[in-house]
Design a protein around this ligand. Structure first.
Ligand code: PMP
Length: 383
């Protein structure tokens, strides 16, 4: 499969797929055709090329929705997971208290703060999972939303979604899942999971940047007012009174990211053809292998649970993660070093930053071997 990914040419050991995934040729080709020989606007044109582009754009919506088991009319294209969460934070009509967790990405914290929600924070278990026993004790009838990462971008911890949904629904709250890391690593069926909203980005799913999606139950989307105005989201405009299109168009003001949507659809097809269950098993095996290798050393602290979806965070005694990352880069190994947009989690772990290795469907044992060799070289440099 590595041959499908031109970004991996030259034997680069890319261990930063949680930040963004490399793109398969199928996605690049879909984008190239959409930007080139097939290019035209969508939804407005009366000429054949535009009508075809509209069909392709809407077909992409169907493919992306299908990936998470949703109907196309419940899937809104956004700029990414960040915009998807902002959309709900601003537009959900019953703004009240939201329950988040310590491990959330900033994009699942700051929108709620900005939009004026009262934020409560669920703690973690000792091994770095969202503590749903604590959530159960914290949730009250004042909570109208629970918004949690399906998979942590730092620890790889996987949320027990059916239980989280049951807890939220018991107090009358809705459950939004930040699915940014999950959707590329686990089979996701939003109906079976029982959540109410699902947010994710194409670029972590082997698709283009600049586009993502929000899924929401039709009855919830129908009750939400638009949050950005412009073309394409209206029914009728006068200076006296404007009425709006139905969802999902009501939430897609302006010319959409046409090329990116088509690439997003191609990415959904690509991962579906391989199978997310297979991808998960592959990445889980790599996680087990890497954690085992790291545990053999006495200078490494491992964070997060054993069962993690493709992501391993760790610290090396006496070496700042940035220094480790820089030395590894000289060896052709790319890891992430930093706070991973999860500063409250860093505070909780008591570290300013972690080193993070994250896998994709193209990762393999040689990536781990190169990482371990780089860690050993770093040890020799730092003594
Ligand atoms: N949530 C999680 C768990 C993430 O990993 C990320 C990306 N690092 C985001 C949200 C934000 O995604 P984007 O920047 O693509 O909107």
């Amino acid at each position: 499969m590595r041959a499908d990914f031109p970004g991996l040419a030259g034997g680069w050991h890319y261990l930063d797929s949680a930040a963004t995934a490399q793109k398969p040729q199928a996605v690049i080709d879909a984008c190239t055709a959409a930007l080139g020989r097939d290019y035209a606007t969508v939804h407005r044109g009366v000429y054949a090329r535009s009508a075809e582009m509209t069909l392709a754009f809407e077909a992409a919506r169907g493919k992306v929705a299908g990936l998470i088991g949703a109907p196309a009319n419940e899937l809104i294209f956004t700029r990414g997971a960040t915009e998807a969460i902002n959309l709900v934070a601003y537009s959900y009509p019953a703004k009240g208290r939201v329950l988040l967790s310590v491990l959330e990405h900033h994009s699942n914290i700051v929108p709620w703060q900005l939009a004026g929600w009262q934020v409560d924070v669920c703690p973690l278990t000792a091994d770095g999972r969202i503590d749903l026993d604590a959530a159960e004790a914290m949730l009250t009838a004042e909570h109208t939303m629970v918004s949690l990462a399906h998979v942590s971008n730092v620890l790889g911890s996987i949320l027990d979604v059916p239980r989280a949904a049951a807890l939220a629904h018991r107090v009358g709250a809705k459950l939004l899942l930040d699915g940014c890391q999950a959707v590329a690593r686990l089979p996701v069926d939003v109906v079976a999971l029982g959540c109410d909203f699902y947010a994710f980005s194409a670029h972590k799913l082997y698709g283009p940047t600049g586009i993502g999606a929000l899924w929401g139950r039709a009855e919830l989307l129908d009750a939400m007012p638009p949050w950005q105005g412009g073309g394409a989201m209206i029914d009728r405009v006068t200076f006296e009174r404007t009425t709006y299109a139905a969802a999902p168009q009501r939430f897609e003001a302006g010319t959409p990211a046409i090329v990116e949507a088509i690439g997003f659809g191609a990415a959904a097809n690509y991962v579906q053809a391989i199978g997310l269950a297979e991808i998960h098993v592959h990445e889980a095996a790599l996680v087990a292998q890497l954690r085992g290798e790291l545990r053999k050393r006495n200078d490494i602290t491992l964070f997060g649970p054993e069962e993690s979806a493709g992501i391993v965070s760790f610290a090396m005694d006496g070496v700042h993660p940035h220094d480790l990352g820089t030395i590894l880069d000289e060896e052709g190994v790319a890891i992430r070093a930093g706070h991973h947009c999860a500063q409250p989690l860093m505070d909780h772990l008591g570290v300013p930053a972690t080193a993070r290795a994250s896998f994709g469907l193209y990762s393999e044992a040689s990536d781990i071997a190169a990482l371990m060799a780089g860690i050993e070289r770093t040890r020799r440099i730092f003594g």
